[in-house]
Each structure stands twice: as structure tokens, then as C-alpha cells.
Design a protein around this ligand. Structure first.
Ligand code: LER
Ligand code: MN
Length: 272
């Protein structure tokens, strides 16, 4: 069964970013429950910002699961990237992601590598950057295995990285790595920019997709842009996808209405 989730950002430095709820974890969890979401996805400033036992209790009290935890604060707050030219920075970046895996794993949730993948340039060749990224995802995927969760790797569009920008390329990147416990995060906003054909890309990446960012072409909530969701939902179902569609969207026109719009669209395209 494909499940719904909504994002909660607790990182002030990410203000303006594509997250539905902001700042208030307890209030956001209450709203997610009220609207009928299955889970929340949290974007924390770091692993020390939240106590796993508190999060477990809060979600348990509201009948919600934790869909995933973002690592983007490693970039927006600490300027750490897994492909940095400096080995010490790369190591700190890996340690940061590892600490998020250690926070999320016991709660049954995967960590996401998105903006922390970085880019090539500034003295780092494409080949070297892809080598650093490969090593990092292999090591971190293997670390996540001990919690029985995958590591999520998110191809992001050309304006945010120059490494791997599409799901089709992401599947080609992971295929030779074998069973490395890394799955792709298919963000429909990035895919709308980069893929030739969204449903075809989903079919080509069959078995490699572990999470979906459910959002529209303009990064507004699903249904407020021009993405055609019916064939995307059909491709996800056809390929046996049974994880989360998580609203990583701008709080447009505001957080509450963005969450309401998302759950309405989710129920339209993924009826139970
Ligand atoms: C994160 O999930 C994402 O989609 C990126 O665009 C953040 O930079
Ligand atoms: Mn995303």
C-alpha cells in the first residue's frame, strides 16, 4: 500500500524551502493526524536537536509513523558535502549523515541524502566526485542495514547538482553497486525538470525507488501545478511501489492549506 506523509522543517536556515510545516513539531504532528496522513518526514537541524524517545512517543500518541529524516541541514547549516575536495570535510559530511541514520534507524525511518551529495567542480573532477559519492553511499547504506532501513539517495535537478540529476541516471548509478541497501528518492519536482517521461522513468527504475516527494511542477502542493498524476500513480502501482508519497512542497498558500491540498490529491490518486 502506498502511504501518505507530510514534511516538517525544524531548520531556520532552510526558510523559504519546500517544506509544508515549519518549526513546531508537536503542532505539526497534531495537524498531520487530524488530516489523516500516515506519517511525517522530519528535517532536523541535527541528530542532537530531538530525542528519539520523545519523537517515538509523540508519533505513537498520534498514530503516525516516521517516513524519513532529511540530512540537508548538514549542507545548509554546516556546509558539509559528501563530494567536497577536502577529505576532512567529506569525513565530517559522512559522520553527519551517519548520525542521522543512527537517529532515524531505531525509529524505523531511512535518512535522505539530497543536497549533501554536492557537485563536481572547484578542483574536483566529475570522476572523483562520483567516486566519493559511490564510496559514501556504499558505506552509509551498509550502516543503515543494521536498522533494517534503506538509505535514500535523491537525484536533484541541474540547478542544484551536476552529478546525477534524474531517476533514470540514478538507477544506472545504483545498478552496478548490487545490493548496497540504497534506494532512490523520486522527487516529482526534480523529475519534472529532468526526466524525458515521468511514468517511463518510474518504470525504468523499477525496484530502485524507495521514497517519493509528492509535489507539483512549480513545487507547490500536488494539484496546484501542471504535473499529470494519474499516469505517475499508475506507474508506481504497476512497479509494485509500496512506500511513501511525502509532501515536500512549498507551504503555499500557507502550511495548513498546503497540507489539506496534498491529502486531497493523495486520496484522489491513491484511493484505498
Ligand atoms: C530535498 O529533498 C530536495 O528536494 C532538494 O531540492 C533540497 O535542496
Ligand atoms: Mn526532495
Amino acid at each position: 500500500m502506498i502511504k501518505s506523509a507530510v514534511t516538517i522543517c525544524l531548520v531556520p536556515e532552510a526558510r523559504g524551502g519546500p517544506f509544508v510545516f515549519w518549526d513546531d513539531l508537536v503542532g505539526s504532528v497534531r495537524k498531520a493526524q487530524h488530516l489523516g496522513f500516515d506519517a511525517v518526514e522530519i528535517f532536523p537541524p541535527g541528530p542532537e536537536a530531538l530525542k528519539a524517545s520523545d519523537v517515538k512517543e509523540l508519533l505513537g500518541d498520534h498514530g503516525l509513523s516516521l517516513a524519513a529524516v532529511g540530512t540537508g541541514a548538514g549542507w545548509v547549516k554546516h556546509k558539509l558535502r559528501l563530494t567536497d575536495g577536502n577529505a576532512a570535510v567529506r569525513q565530517k559530511a559522512r559522520d553527519f549523515v551517519k548520525s542521522i541514520i543512527d537517529f532515524a534507524g531505531p525509529l524505523g525511518a531511512p535518512a535522505i541524502i539530497g543536497s549533501m551529495q554536492g557537485r563536481h567542480g572547484d578542483g574536483v573532477t566529475r570522476e572523483a566526485a562520483l567516486g566519493y559519492l559511490t564510496e559514501a553511499v556504499q558505506q552509509l547504506g551498509s550502516h543503515a542495514r543494521k536498522y533494517g532501513v534503506p538509505l535514500l539517495y535523491e537525484p536533484i535537478n541541474r540547478y542544484e547538482t551536476n552529478l546525477i540529476t534524474s531517476i533514470v541516471e540514478g538507477a544506472a548509478f545504483l545498478r552496478p553497486l548490487g545490493s548496497c541497501n540504497v534506494l532512490l528518492l523520486a522527487d516529482l519536482f526534480h523529475m519534472n525538470i529532468e526526466e524525458t517521461d515521468l511514468p517511463a522513468a518510474i518504470r525504468e527504475a523499477k525496484g530502485f525507488i524507495g521514497h517519493v516527494h509528492f509535489v507539483d511542477s512549480n513545487r507547490r502542493p500536488a494539484g496546484l501545478g501542471h504535473i499529470d498524476y494519474a499516469p505517475i500513480a499508475a506507474a508506481l502501482r504497476e512497479t509494485g511501489y509500496d512506500r511513501y508519497c511525502s509532501a515536500e512542497a512549498l507551504p503555499y498558500p500557507d502550511s495548513d492549506q498546503a497540507a489539506e491540498q496534498t491529502i486531497k490529491a493523495f486520496k484522489t490518486y491513491f484511493p484505498r
